[in-house]
Write a protein that binds this ligand. Structure first.
Ligand SMILES: Nc1ncnc2c1ncn2[C@@H]1O[C@H](COP(=O)(O)OP(=O)(O)OP(=O)(O)O)[C@@H](O)[C@H]1O
Ligand SMILES: [Mg+2]
Length: 419
């Protein structure tokens, strides 16, 4: 059996992959192996499964057959078996007798066998996975049952939040979005969730409408057509979903509204930058927990250190299967200001910063007043370099996928992916 920790690292290596969330469904798993039970438990506790209702038990297909003689099958039934091909097919034929036609069945087996895979799919099984499994593979398999196979892959959500106000989080979010769209050629939408005081429009020198305010005010009405109207285009591959910075409309933001909007946005572009305001509310916490990547910007002083620590602790705990939040130290080296040295700051948090950006009032000030990006104002500046490198790291360009084979890397993986 594969070592659990090693397996985790292996999957995390494929950083660019976005694993979708699972809708509000009932999932029953009948495992036949302790490792699968653990992976299933980890999957059930993951943020992407928070809407699903999951029950897990041992006993494999035989237990499932017994249970469903007396009760209806759930939306998704996951059964594990150690049996050889013919035996497994016979067990499943028996299960089929008690299984409702609209229940989607995922079979976990221990044979990497394409013939078996094809036969199972022919018989109506939704998916065949080979143990040992990582929790994210299980989540991906369930999520895939509810996704249109013809749809584009889901966009990756990168959330930027400041450890305190005014640390430069929004500036970095906008510059990251700009770099990804212009230099990496990736279609990007920047969503500015700071409805009253957001600066996305200003920083790109764009007249923005009340796009994000309208969207959050009526999340269930937002569809593809409406979204197109709410966006402000500000580059070949870059659009803003922002507000115009007026304070006469009060919108009570609900986590559900943010979730709905981001779900639509991520079906449209591969890269979504979310500028999260520096405050604390249930919807902020939710947005950070559900993001695919979180960037915390801090300045080298005590309040930032304390808040960054609290944020990192919370996010690590709530997102055990995701990359740890990234730390950016910004405005380092303000003249005459006593600062916590970068190394000490990093040590206190137990996190190495992904970028250390110097205090540069000339470049940042000019960029802010002209509505320009740092790369345009000071292309050779240390800040521009740091932003470029940060952007490439976040976009997964600096960590080429290692040759390590994931479970979905073999022949069966290719078959699974082709469907
Ligand atoms: N490295 C830097 N050197 C100098 N000025 C900077 C630097 N980074 C950001 N700034 C400036 O600091 C100000 C605040 O930046 P920004 O609005 O991006 O911060 P924020 O964390 O989003 O603030 P808020 O809490 O208001 O949302 C801006 O004027 C910006 O130009
Ligand atoms: Mg901001």
């Amino acid at each position: 059996m594969m070592n659990q920790a090693a397996h985790t690292t292996e999957f995390a290596g494929s950083d660019r992959q976005v694993v979708a969330t699972v809708p509000r469904v009932n999932i029953h798993a009948f495992c036949d192996n302790q490792q699968t039970v653990q992976a299933m438990q980890a999957a059930a506790a993951d943020r992407r499964m928070s809407r699903a209702h999951v029950t897990i038990q041992l006993g494999g297909i035989a237990a499932a057959i017994q249970v469903y003689q007396a009760q209806p099958t759930p939306n998704v039934l996951i059964v594990e078996s150690h049996s050889q091909r013919d035996m497994l097919l016979a067990e499943l034929a028996q299960l089929a007798q008690v299984c409702a036609p609209n229940t989607k069945v995922i079979v976990i087996g221990h044979l990497n066998d394409v013939v078996l895979y094809r036969e199972l799919i022919r018989q109506g099984v939704s998916e065949y996975l080979v143990a040992p499994l990582h929790q994210l593979q299980l989540i991906e398999a369930v999520a895939a049952l509810y996704r249109d196979p013809k749809a584009e892959p889901l966009g990756k959500i990168t959330a930027f939040v400041g450890a305190k106000g005014g640390v430069g989080s929004s500036t970095l979010a906008h510059n990251f979005g700009s770099y990804v769209s212009r230099n990496l050629g990736v279609d990007t939408i920047i969503t500015d969730l700071d409805l009253a005081f957001g600066t996305a429009g200003l920083n790109f020198n764009q007249e923005t409408s009340q796009g994000i305010v309208d969207a959050l005010g009526q999340p269930d009405r937002v569809d593809q057509t409406l979204l197109d109207r709410l966006l402000t285009k500000c580059g070949d591959k870059l659009s803003l979903l922002a507000s115009s910075g007026t304070i006469d409309r009060e919108v009570n933001i609900e986590a559900h509204a943010v979730e709905t909007i981001l779900e639509i946005v991520r079906h449209n572009v591969p890269s979504i930058v979310v500028d999260v305001p520096n405050m604390w509310a249930p919807w902020i916490k939710y947005t950070l927990i559900q993001a695919d990547d979180v960037v915390i910007t801090a300045t080298p002083e005590l309040a930032s250190l304390r808040n960054a620590k609290n944020l990192i602790d919370l996010l690590k705990q709530a997102r055990p299967n995701d990359h740890a939040p990234r730390l950016v130290l910004n405005q380092v080296g303000v003249p005459k200001r006593p600062e916590i040295p970068v190394a000490e700051f990093a040590k206190a948090l137990g996190v190495e910063p992904v970028a250390v950006i110097p205090y540069d009032p000339q470049v940042f000030g000019t960029a802010a007043s002209n509505g320009q990006m740092i790369a345009d104002v000071g292309p050779k500046s240390k800040a521009a370099e740091a932003i470029a490198s940060l952007s490439r790291t976040l976009a997964g360009q600096e960590t080429p996928a290692k040759g390590g084979k994931s479970m979905l890397g073999g022949v069966l993986g290719k078959v699974l992916r082709k469907k």
